[in-house]
Design a protein. Structure first.
Length: 315
């Protein structure tokens, strides 16, 4: 019995060669089979995403109450939205919210994750505590903070009884000057713990030898954080920044639950304005135009994200 000569290797047939030698009917089935698995997902997207999106584009160019027939009016709703002072005010509030929501929770999340990465005992306990506000229902969180910041029997009154003045009898959610910032504080508290847990997971993937080499070279904690931690978690940082931006642009639940855009529109954002126009004023066509106008800002954000991601991959 003879085998192949010593020093020679047997050549296995290439997979592509085997596939090309299959009958045409088999090759067609192989090409079609993946699409059959994707078909249910494609149909669901056509039914619940693409179809309503096309309908929204159409209704944004109609005078429609949300019930009955719609009258086509072209781009009149968009012109109205461009000249509407309520839309401009809501968009300004969205920009303020965007600035606060992007900076405060991200900074707190990075700081909390870095501090948590320095300890070994009870780390799981702290991670659980940080994560609890995020997994708690928005209605529950809103109700808790409405009681805490209640102007008659909240924490401010309790601190006043202890001789610590300042916020007693202050209606944070009922003041035109404070309402938007008070709700933003609640949402920051809800969001930053989630960021801290994700940042911590990313930090734990950094090679510890980099920190040891930095300490040998005399680098302090700040220089280690700046030159090792931040570059090491850059993909996670960019992704969570995108998530935070998207959440800031589509904020709705906390504002609607706590203030409903009040008092006097002081905490009104585009999403709550759109909801009130559609379901309170019965201007569904106009609300659709406002929503589509807001989508242009989201497209700009996505373009910026992919640009930063592409640039970061070249660094």
């Amino acid at each position: 019995m003879t085998g192949p000569p010593v020093g020679t290797a047997t050549v296995e047939p290439q997979a592509s060669t085997v596939a090309d030698s299959a009958p045409p009917a088999v090759r067609r089935r192989r090409r079609v089979r993946p699409w059959l698995f994707l078909l249910p997902l494609i149909l669901i997207n056509l039914f619940v995403v693409i179809g309503p999106s096309i309908a929204t584009v159409y209704y944004s160019m109609t005078n429609w109450t949300g019930i009955g027939s719609a009258k086509f009016i072209g781009f009149a709703n968009y012109r109205r939205a461009f000249d509407d002072p309520n839309v401009r005010q809501a968009l300004l509030h969205n920009l303020i919210w965007f600035a606060l929501f992007l900076t405060v929770p991200m900074a707190l999340g990075l700081f909390g994750a870095y501090l948590l990465s320095q300890i070994r005992r009870y780390q799981i306990l702290f991670r659980t505590i940080f994560f609890i506000p995020y997994v708690t229902a928005s209605v529950v969180n809103a109700a808790v903070w409405q009681n805490i910041l209640n102007p008659t029997n909240g924490i401010g009154v309790a601190l006043g009884h202890l001789g610590i003045p300042g916020i007693g009898h202050v209606s944070f959610f009922g003041s035109p000057s404070w309402a938007l910032y008070a709700v933003n504080f609640v949402v920051d508290w809800h969001w930053w713990g989630f960021l801290a847990v994700i940042f911590l997971a990313a930090m734990q993937g950094i090679d510890p030898s980099l920190y040891e080499a930095a300490r040998v070279d005399g680098a302090g904690r700040w220089r280690q954080f700046r030159h090792i931690t931040i570059p090491g978690i850059q993909p996670t940082l960019v992704f969570l920044a995108l998530m935070t931006i998207v959440w800031s642009l589509k904020v709705f639940d906390y504002i609607y639950i706590i203030t409903n855009g009040g008092p006097g529109g002081a905490s009104q954002v585009v999403s709550t304005l759109m909801y009130n126009e559609a379901f309170t004023q019965f201007n569904a066509g106009y609300a659709a135009a406002i929503g589509l106008s807001m989508s242009f800002f989201i497209v700009i954000v996505l373009i910026g994200y992919f640009y930063l991601r592409k640039r970061g991959s070249k660094i």
